[in-house]
Design a protein. Structure first.
Length: 133
C-alpha cells in the first residue's frame, strides 16, 4: 500500500493552524477523551500526523487530515494505534490470500498448542506425538 505524504504547503498550513501548540486530541493520543494536549511546539520538533484517515488511504494527504503534534503524542499514537492497525491489516491480507503459519493451515489434522506445550489432534482434542517432517 502506497503511503500518501503531506506536501510542504500542507505541513506549513497545519503548523500555522496549530498556533504553536500540539493539536492532538483524545484517547488515540493517550489523553482523556476530548482533551487537547496543547503542548508548546515552538523550538521543538513538530510532527504532522495523519488522522483520522491512515497514511495508506486515498485522501489522507489533505490539510483536514493533518494534525500538528508533539513527539510524545505522535509516539503514543504510533505505538498504540498505527503499528497494531498495520499489523492487523497484514494479517487480514495474508489470511485473504490463504497464507497462514505452518501447523495452522485450514484442514490441518493437528496443531501445536503453545499454552499447553503439546501437539493436539483438532478432531478429538487428544495430545499426539510431534509430527516428523
Amino acid at each position: 500500500m502506497p503511503r500518501h505524504n503531506f506536501s510542504a504547503k500542507v505541513k506549513r498550513q497545519a503548523r500555522e493552524r496549530s498556533g504553536g501548540h500540539c493539536e492532538a486530541v483524545g484517547e488515540v493520543y493517550g489523553l482523556p477523551a476530548g482533551q487537547r494536549c496543547n503542548a508548546a511546539l515552538e523550538g521543538k520538533r513538530v510532527e504532522i500526523d495523519h488522522y483520522p484517515i491512515p497514511a495508506t488511504d486515498e485522501g489522507s494527504d489533505l490539510l483536514e487530515n493533518a494534525v500538528a503534534c508533539c513527539t510524545k503524542c505522535h509516539g503514543h499514537k504510533t505505538a498504540t494505534y498505527d503499528v497494531p492497525m498495520q499489523a492487523k491489516g497484514k494479517r487480514v491480507a495474508t489470511r485473504h490470500l490463504g497464507i497462514s503459519r505452518p501447523g495452522t493451515l485450514p484442514g490441518a489434522r493437528i496443531k501445536y498448542s503453545r499454552a499447553r506445550g503439546v501437539w493436539v489432534d483438532r478432531a478429538t482434542g487428544q495430545i499426539v506425538e510431534a509430527p516428523t517432517s
